[in-house]
Design a binder for this molecule. Structure first.
Ligand SMILES: [Zn+2]
Length: 227
């Protein structure tokens, strides 16, 4: 095999999931494709996350492989609620212009910080910004932006922006109202899993996926509590 394909396949392998022994999850940052009895799955690992989800169902042809349960495991602690309040205050201040900011986690110190982004242009309908520089050990865990006085939803632009990334993405809307509107999803390299957020003590936890409206239930996701 030529060197380029060798390199690509070594970095992003496709793994046949065993039927007669335990599956060994990916143990370092990266991603793999898994051939499972019911189709093709994506497995992603970052310092702060382990996730695996089916991305294509296939049951017409019996495949002699094992089965898996979907999983989303946050390997970082829950995000401090104060950070989300910081972004909410920024979004209200900037309204009706859109605002954006990053929640960054340092795997060496275990500390979360909120990074305001440097906007290039911002209006009521869009925001473009310079991506913050990350130090060694820092990771983008959650990316927030606002829709000014509009509702919170993921637009076609948001889908394009989030396509290649592994992060939690949140949108705040109705920033001129007393109660803001909010949607959150986990982005896994082009697939999106809508998450519910709840406040637990002084932290925000994501421990429930939103059911798919079509009933296809692709996000039947089991959560393992964050450490
Ligand atoms: Zn948006």
């Amino acid at each position: 095999m030529n060197e380029r394909d060798q390199l690509v396949q070594a970095l992003t392998p496709t793994v046949m999931v065993p039927r007669f022994e335990a599956f060994e999850p990916l143990d370092r940052p990266g991603h793999r494709f898994l051939v499972v009895a019911d189709g093709l799955w994506l497995e992603v690992r970052r310092s702060w996350l382990y996730a695996r989800q089916r991305i294509a169902r296939q049951e017409a042809v019996a495949m002699p492989y094992g089965v898996l349960a979907p999983a989303i495991t946050f390997l970082c602690p829950p995000i401090p609620a104060a950070i989300v309040q910081k972004f909410s205050a920024l979004a209200r201040r900037e309204c009706p212009r859109e605002a954006a900011g990053w929640v960054v986690w340092n795997e060496n110190t275990g500390v979360f910080v909120f990074r305001e982004v440097e906007a290039i242009t911002a209006s009521a309908g869009h925001i473009r910004y310079h991506r913050p520089m990350l130090e060694a050990g820092e990771h983008l865990v959650m990316d927030w932006h606002s829709h000014g006085s509009g509702r919170a939803f993921f637009s076609g632009t948001d889908n394009r922006d989030d396509r290649g990334e592994v992060k939690v993405s949140g949108v705040l809307g109705c920033c001129d109202q007393e109660r803001v509107d909010m949607v959150i999803r986990l982005c896994l390299l082009g697939t999106f899993i809508r998450l519910n957020a709840r406040v637990s003590g002084d932290r925000i936890v994501f421990d429930e996926a939103v059911e798919d409206a079509k009933g296809a239930n692709p996000w039947n996701t089991s959560f393992i509590p964050a450490c």
